[in-house]
Ligand binder design. Structure first.
Ligand code: UN1
Length: 514
């Protein structure tokens, strides 16, 4: 496979620690990144050990003291230039995403576009770090809130969005005045290196201090655990499984640090009798099959009204039959490989469990292994019939399986939708205003994202992204998510000659006795 691009030399062994424009030799083992497309090696990284992490953390701490002094709009100007550098490298970065995590070209380019979009968003936000002002209850006093940079922050990302999710965090953190230590998934290490290399010329041209944007590639014990326990990092933002997030939450809360967690989803759409079936099928297909079912927003459950169950199922099976599975960089392919054989194994285990629990496969689910599928990472996307009683339906299996369940009343549908531990994304397909309003009301969806007549995945960067319950409660990306990356300070200024106390408290010395 030709992996010759100008950002990364595939023949070189790349050091696993970068502090912006400089790369630092590491002492850990070599990590060879294999493509899920054909199991071929794409490149090698020398992983960081604890001492290598320490070097980067020290730099991040030092750089914070410089970076926080730069006015926020000037920090925004750097992010504007980063966005342009990524625009210039869009195809090349998308190629790394396809090669390393198996996304089809259009989705890989869409992911890089998310980074470009968040850069644009962050540039504007850099002039809008607004605090409220309040009217003091004391005469001659002024009260207001201001937002200051928080510190060096840790960002842990998953393999499935190796560019976008980091940039939602990092670009907002940059304009907020924070420095960033990024620990990417080792399944997407080269893509992380490529992004940092694309950004380096901007940092250099603007003499941004070394240590403002850091990358540390290494194992959980040597790097991950250190990052979590590092009291220099007031915030850890982590994307990944619920199990991982639970651990992150526990460790960071022990030192009373803050976390921003974006964990598993178990997203559902409700398809009602008044729904536009064509629209519903298209949305279900993209939601369940897109990114080979490996988005946290992937559609995992379809809750369909019993009267239209057969029509929807037939239309879905017809649509699934047309999905070409294969090399994600070939035109016409809609679904590439899963990230590795372990993921294929987990998908098969979920389907075995489903059958044992009384569920039924209606379409697909097979492992493909002939010819160009020899890597053992390709599967046929699966439509399965299940009931709410099947325990497997309550779990997130990071694979293209969608479970169909039926309902009779809209209240029952919403209860089913809400009856899983996760709470990321949800949608309803309906042309009945009373149904969509109920779904969006306080008695409706309990998720962080609730959509009407669009699917569960593919959220825009402008909204706050994240979910409730076991999804972790964090919000990243747009809206006012920037506040998580700053510290709030409430300030009261007395410009009077007296010292009136709040709540009308009298606490004066008797001057006459002095
Ligand atoms: C993720 O899978 O971790 O809404 C993020 C979406 C994308 C982001 C997914 N914008 O599907």
């Amino acid at each position: 496979m030709d992996v010759q691009t100008s950002l990364l030399d595939p023949k070189k062994v790349h050091p696993g620690v970068g502090t912006g424009t400089l790369w630092h030799p590491c002492r850990g083992e070599k990590l060879v990144s294999l493509s899920p497309i054909d199991s071929q090696p794409l490149g090698t990284v020398q992983k960081a050990l604890a001492a290598d992490y320490e070097g980067a953390a020290h730099k991040a701490q030092e750089a914070f003291h410089q970076w926080r002094k730069v006015p926020a709009p000037n920090r925004g100007e750097i992010v504007r230039q980063i966005g342009n550098a990524i625009r210039d490298r869009k195809q090349e970065l998308a190629r790394w995403i396809s090669l390393e995590v198996g996304k089809i070209t259009s989705e890989a380019e869409g992911e890089v576009q998310e980074m470009i979009d968040i850069c644009d968003f962050a540039v504007g936000q850099s002039r809008m770090l607004y605090g409220l002002s309040m009217h003091s209850e004391r005469p001659g006093h002024r009260m207001y809130e201001q937002w200051h940079p928080l510190g060096p922050i840790g960002v842990i990302t998953a393999f499935n969005f190796p560019v976008a999710v980091w940039s939602w965090n990092a670009m907002i953190a940059l304009i907020a005045g924070d420095t960033v230590i990024w620990k990417p998934s080792s399944k997407a290490a080269l893509t992380a290196l490529a992004v940092m290399k694309a950004i380096a010329p901007v940092l250099k041209a603007n003499t941004v201090p070394e240590g403002v944007l850091n990358l540390v590639i290494g194992d959980r014990d040597a790097v991950g655990e250190r990052l979590l326990g590092d009291t220099r990092l007031p915030l850890i933002s982590a994307t990944g499984s619920v199990a991982m997030g639970r651990h992150v939450g526990q460790v960071v809360s022990t030192r009373l640090g803050r976390t921003l967690l974006e964990l598993g989803g178990n997203n559902a759409v409700i398809v009602t009798p008044s729904a536009d079936l064509h629209l519903s099928v298209r949305a279900i297909l993209f939601g369940a099959v897109g990114t080979a079912g490996q988005r946290c927003t992937t559609l995992r459950r379809v809750i369909v009204h019993q009267d239209i169950r057969d029509a929807l199922t037939d239309a879905l099976i017809r649509a699934y039959r047309q999905v070409v599975v294969g090399n994600p960089m070939e035109p016409g392919v809609l679904m590439g490989p899963l990230i590795d054989r372990q993921a294929v194994h987990q998908m098969q285990a979920a389907l075995t469990a489903l059958k044992a629990q009384g569920g039924r496969i209606l379409y697909g689910g097979e492992v493909l292994s002939d010819g160009s599928y020899a890597a053992g990472t390709y599967v046929r996307p699966c439509i399965a019939e299940a009931t709410h009683q099947c325990p497997v339906v309550h779990q997130e299996t990071f694979a293209p399986i969608v479970y169909l369940e039926t309902y009779q009343t809209i209240e029952e549908a919403i209860a089913l939708q809400n009856s899983v531990p996760q709470g990321l994304s949800s949608a309803i397909f309906t042309n009945d205003l009373t149904e969509s309003e109920l779904f969006l009301s306080a008695m409706g969806s309990d998720c962080g994202i609730a959509n009407v007549n669009i699917g569960t995945s593919g959220a825009e960067i402008g909204g706050a992204f994240g979910g409730e319950k076991e999804t972790g409660g964090g919000r990243e990306s747009g809206s006012d998510a920037w506040k998580a990356y700053m510290r709030r300070q409430t300030t009261t200024i007395n410009w009077s000659k007296g010292l009136p106390l709040a709540q009308d408290i009298r606490f004066a010395l008797d001057d006459s006795e002095g």
